[in-house]
Design a binder for this molecule. Sequence first.
Ligand SMILES: Cc1cc2nc3c(=O)[nH]c(=O)nc-3n(C[C@H](O)[C@H](O)[C@H](O)COP(=O)(O)OP(=O)(O)OC[C@H]3O[C@@H](n4cnc5c(N)ncnc54)[C@H](O)[C@@H]3O)c2cc1C
Length: 331
Amino acid sequence: MPSLKSYNSFGLDVSCSQLARIKKNSDLSSFLNLDSNASFILGGGSNILLLNDLNKVVLKNEIKGKDIVKETAKHIFVRVGGGENWHNFVKWCIQRGYGGVENLSLIPGSVGASPMQNIGAYGVEIKDVFHSLEAIDLKTGRAKNFSKSSCQFGYRTSVFKTSLKGKYFISNVTFKLSKSPEFNLGYGAILNELDRLKVTKPSLKTVSKAIINIRNSKLPDPKLIGNAGSFFKNPIVSSKKCNQLLANFPNMPAYSNVPYRKKLSAGWLIQQTGWKGKAHKGAACYKNHALILINNKNAKGTDILELAEKIQKSVIDKFGVELSPEVNLIS
Ligand SMILES: Cc1cc2nc3c(=O)[nH]c(=O)nc-3n(C[C@H](O)[C@H](O)[C@H](O)COP(=O)(O)OP(=O)(O)OC[C@H]3O[C@@H](n4cnc5c(N)ncnc54)[C@H](O)[C@@H]3O)c2cc1C
């Protein structure tokens, strides 16, 4: 039974019945039309919580390649194998002067998983640079092209995280990148960090450097401390609910979302319940960032899940707000 310990960023020691390395679409042919629960698609393992040994074939995406498929006066279209490492792809774009993904520097994981939850950071989401993707139907083995609208991208979600979860293997993704980048610097501490770096005229390289510095100062390195980034999504509530909360908690951060809805900070809500820095069995809520749950000491997946459930309950009890996991729970 192969171990998945080095294939998940929580570092959980669980096994699977078979680990199949998929290097080209036809490698999937032996694993088609299995029972819906008999296989699991794995990228870099940086957004999963493995709850027990998996009685499944794990289909590890190792499809490589970066090809320029079209060029116009303003844009370049690059088709990237789903098994490419995301940050290596970002670096590749920066070296060539292709703009659009620099704010997504240092997000762990694979290109193939990036549309799954419409990865996002520092004011940019993958949908902003997405053109299309090819995915293999795990029932028939047929390749299907998905346009941006058919992916149904939303905040940390897509059709691949909802109705088509586990049904399609994303084999490659085509991005529409800009040949004359416009920088998105309005989010978080980017301008302060550029200032600190004494950058007066931002470039793809310096913006990426600023993002990497900010991320390194806040987030635990999964190689040293097992984690999967933000464990929960930021909850979105009605404006009415938000105003009721603000009456009792005037310092609560709240951001405008779609009309009549507000996005709250899950990290702030958790911090107010006192969980930041606290442990439960082998798991803990990271001392520097309440939204991150960590493998503190030989945790089992269930220790981390129990801690997540305790935090959810505390947040419901104090604020009446439900937190949903961003991380995919796998059993
Ligand atoms: C330190 C840290 C920081 C992070 N920061 C961010 C951040 O800023 N923004 C953000 O959005 N995310 C962030 N994440 C989460 C994570 O990096 C992303 O969600 C990433 O896209 C996951 O990629 P992966 O290849 O590791 O996916 P995996 O963890 O391997 O898989 C995640 C899910 O996608 C499915 N999947 C994977 N590959 C495919 C495929 N080819 N076809 C179909 N389904 C597939 C899997 O079955 C699983 O359900 C962070 C994680 C860590 C550890």
